[in-house]
Design a binder for this molecule. Sequence first.
Ligand code: FE
Length: 290
Amino acid sequence: MSQSSRPVVQVVTPEPVVEGAGVHLRRSIGTRGLDHLDPFLLLDHFESVNPADYEAGFPYHPHRGIETVTIVRQGEVRHGDSLGHRGTIGAGDIQWMTSGSGILHEEMPQVRAEGIAGLQLWLNLPAREKMSRPKYRDLGGAQLTETGTDGGATIRVIAGEAGDGRLVGPVEGLAVAPKFVDVRLPPGTTFRETVPRGHTTFAYVDQGVVRFGPEQTPAHAPALVVFGDGDVVEASAGPGGGRFLLAAARPLHEPIARYGPFVMNTRAEIEQTLADLRTGNFIRREPRDE
Ligand code: FE
């Protein structure tokens, strides 16, 4: 049976936003135009060599009901959280966190000559896991292997399976079973990857120009490319090459009630979250993993 190539249904130009204590970002999911792409709730792209754009960072703030994945491309981000983790993630590194019932953390880009660049994605948690135990993990870029493909692309599989199951990403334990593949396309190369039918799928182009789908729809960085259903994602490099993150995950089809860093299913659960913060019950006293 022939596999169908997923068509491009939307190309979204990210919107400039200022977040945290004054960090300038480009946001493509989690905007007025695109509230979410079930189960993806937010996609922020940070990239600047001007310290004024990023040095204020994201001082201590809470999260509930989500998971986050942060990919650092350039520079360094210092991190600390209410579970007691402290560290710095740098170029090529990945951090992923399950906020579950509640976590407090800070994410502080460090001023470096090369500036800062990277992506942060928020994934929704299914209703039954929203109040689960918080978890934090990170992974040095050295543990992520780069693989050349038949089409000439260089890929790093971050999560899920790729290359017909020959490659498995090290990021695991996320509720919506995402697939994340970092793809670099030198000029003249192509890329083809299977994604499960029915899974929400997008590509975020952060460098160059990449053409996607059966119509060879061009996407100029920065751009979010949303795919319709099908079996495979096909891409080819524009004249100067390009880079993108391919992401796919199982949609939850559950109601979403969001308020800043909290994403629950109902308004009452958001009210409860705010009450928990006021009364000092946000961080649960319980045995923790790690
Ligand atoms: Fe955060």
